[in-house]
Design a protein around this ligand. Structure first.
Ligand code: PLP
Length: 400
């Protein structure tokens, strides 16, 4: 039989997807499974975005779009970057892709040669190291400690950078930890990067609107304008506007990098679905109150979940500063045994046993490069979150 490409050798399957698969199996067997495994807002897409998609389709906006985005969406993206981030990008410094994920793929495909190092602070969203590895890149993971609020310390970054570093990925607010870097911390990061002129910087700002407790979000490119010609600022409509299924992400960056990404995308997928682009433009230009409602809802749920988890002996939980996840520590449960005799040696054992015995789906911290933790998505209804915490408490109480 023909074989598969060597570039896929040793790539782990996504743990998030594996947990979702097991949850589906249990559901099919008739169990009431609560899934806190997926990072997907439980709000509907704004009606104005849906209406714009409908109108675009009826108006004949149904032909091949330009590879790098429709002029209307790129104009809306430019307005958004100027209004919300204080960043000015010309049309040829912008690209629209099939979700934020394709922005990352395009950027890495356009720049990574085998052996290039990609610094991805842990814990991290799994796609960065997996995409880097598919392209022959070598992920390097400095750790963002819970005791630092899961933000990236400049000294940790400095230790991770080498002459072979091609990219640094910054993702604050962070998936999975909810960590947010202050402006001062970003300044310290920028100052380290000034000594490494050959490093591109990806700032994934997809959770920018979800910062809590009167914290303020700042774009990395706004903190370090002198590094502008190597910063790719990435965002999308998935999390901000509950539009995960529309598949629209976008980025602003230096002209030559954007042009190279356009070449990659032109040969892979071409431009993004026209009606999805019309919907995204309407969302970006639309009323901002929806974002405020979502932020307030996630903030409230986060507090309730963290308090419920902290009340469980053996579980610790930092209060996340942003995004919509809780990242509780389960160290106090390691070494214990479930009633049916399974030893909980790792966070992955904990997550699997919790799913099998209490029917709550989460993702173990090992999937994100920092153990022993669990990631719980708070983009789930209040009653389900409450019930999930009750089940986790019951599960932990059953351990011996
Ligand atoms: N960046 C981070 C940190 C994410 O968590 C996600 C989605 O989970 C994305 C990017 C990708 O978003 P999209 O759905 O636009 O591809």
């Amino acid at each position: 039989r023909p074989g598969l490409a060597a570039r896929l050798d040793g790539l782990p399957a996504s743990a998030t997807i594996e947990m979702a698969r097991r949850a589906r199996e249990l559901r099919a067997a008739g169990h009431k499974v609560i899934s806190l495994a997926l990072g997907e807002p439980d709000f509907p897409t704004p009606p104005a975005a849906i209406e714009a998609a409908h109108a675009a389709a009826l108006a004949g906006d149904t032909k091949y779009p330009p590879v790098d985005g429709t002029p209307a969406l790129k104009a809306a993206v430019a307005r958004k970057f100027a209004r919300e981030n204080g960043l000015d990008y010309a049309p040829d410094e912008l690209i629209v892709s099939n979700g934020g994920k394709q922005i990352i793929f395009n950027a890495f495909m356009a720049t990574i040669d085998p052996g290039d190092e990609v610094v991805v602070p842990a814990p991290y969203w799994v796609s960065y190291p997996l995409i880097a590895r598919m392209l022959g890149g070598v992920p390097v993971h400095p750790v963002c400690d819970e005791s630092d609020g899961f933000s990236l310390r400049a000294d940790r970054l400095a230790q991770a950078l080498t002459p072979r570093t091609k990219w640094l990925v910054l993702n604050f607010p962070n998936n999975p930890s909810g960590g947010v870097c202050t402006e001062e911390e970003l300044r310290a990061i920028a100052s380290v990067l000034r000594d490494f002129p050959n490093v591109w910087i990806l700032s994934d700002e997809i959770y920018e609107h979800l910062v809590f407790d009167n914290r303020r979000f700042t774009s990395f490119a706004a903190v370090a304008p002198d590094l502008r010609d190597r910063i790719l600022t990435m965002n999308g409509v998935a999390k901000a506007y509950a539009m995960t299924g529309w598949r629209v992400g976008y980025a602003g960056g230096p002209r030559d990098l954007i042009a190279a990404m356009r070449t990659v995308q032109g040969n892979a997928t071409s431009g993004v679905c026209t009606v999805a682009q019309a919907a995204a433009a309407a969302a970006l230009d639309g009323p901002e109150d929806l974002i405020g409602v979502m932020r307030a809802t996630y903030a409230k749920r986060r507090k309730a979940v963290v308090e419920a988890l902290r009340a469980i002996p053996g579980i610790t939980c930092a209060m996340p500063s942003g995004a919509f996840y809780a990242y509780p520590g389960v160290e106090g449960c390691l070494g214990k045994t479930t009633p049916d005799g399974h030893v909980i040696a790792t966070d992955a054992d904990f997550a699997l046993a919790l799913l099998d015995r209490a029917h709550v789906a989460t993702v173990p911290g090992s999937a994100f490069g920092l153990s022993p933790y669990l990631r719980l998505s708070c983009a789930t209804g209040d009653a389900e979150l409450e019930e999930a915490c009750r089940r986790i408490a019951g599960f932990v109480a059953s351990l011996r």
